[in-house]
Design a binder for this molecule. Sequence first.
Ligand SMILES: Nc1ncnc2c1ncn2[C@@H]1O[C@H](COP(=O)(O)OP(=O)(O)OP(=O)(O)O)[C@@H](O)[C@H]1O
Ligand SMILES: [Mg+2]
Length: 305
Amino acid sequence: MTEPMTDTGVAFESPDAVERALSGTGYLPDPALATAVFLAARLQRPLLLEGEAGVGKTSLAEALAQIKGSTLIRLQCYEGIDASQALYDWDFPRQVLHLRAVQALRTDTDTTPEEVAAVEDELYSERFLLARPVLAALRTPDAVLLIDEIDRADDEFEAFLLEVLADYAVTIPELGRVVAQQPPMVVITSNRTREVHDALKRRCLYHWLEHPTLVREVQILRRRLPGIDEQLAADVAGASARLRGAALLKPPGVAESLDWARALTAIGVTRLDERSGLATIGAALKYREDIEVVRASGALLTGSA
Ligand SMILES: Nc1ncnc2c1ncn2[C@@H]1O[C@H](COP(=O)(O)OP(=O)(O)OP(=O)(O)O)[C@@H](O)[C@H]1O
Ligand SMILES: [Mg+2]
């Protein structure tokens, strides 16, 4: 179903409307997540999503961009990332080329101070500006900005983001202040390798994304893998749920369930039993220790004691 449009893009009327719109893209949220998205949109607050790997944090932002019909602007965080990678930078090689071109074209030798100043101004104009994701999101109407894996960045970077998110504006000394005409929808994700600071959390609406329930995961598998055997979808979702309860080093996320179902389909089985499960376990588990746990207890795969 198409949601009503306003002059500022898609307006969600209710959490149910969010759920319907997301489902339309193939992303099946639980009611709590749909409510969090609704509130983030309504209150124009960034949504801070934490959760285990592969529970659907990044793909939520992708689905939101799809609903809004805008491209997803993504900032992948990493250790050492700084404002020039997030906001803007000057295209130094092009600036140098431009200077050389100006020099080559000049035939006279005396240049007035005004001419020098004019060339310098040109160097710091829009033409040589490299807009990085945060600036691009401020300047794009109705954008969705994904700040992915904020926990990988360091404290200074968080403080910088906080400043930008406080008023959805930045100042570029050479060009002036850029204020978002319409604030982007911001989704920040964290895998919780470290705690995000309280100051940033205060700015955001927080949501802890759980693994899906068994019923929802079956729906996700069937939606993402059209044509998958119904029984196989139920088997895989059931086995993934049991594995998540088994204190493994790295329990499977939805991403792994999808891969596992694909692997089982590829070897032509329609039921997950101990044999087919072990043959394809590398799609679901990525640690030798975890695979040993499953070898020792085949019931984790089949559910029968
Ligand atoms: N609720 C859902 N509905 C439909 N597909 C989902 C859902 N949750 C997860 N998926 C699918 O599972 C896969 C993994 O999701 P995604 O990459 O968004 O997880 P993530 O939480 O960002 O993981 P990571 O922490 O590893 O970055 C994607 O293919 C995504 O489409
Ligand atoms: Mg992700």
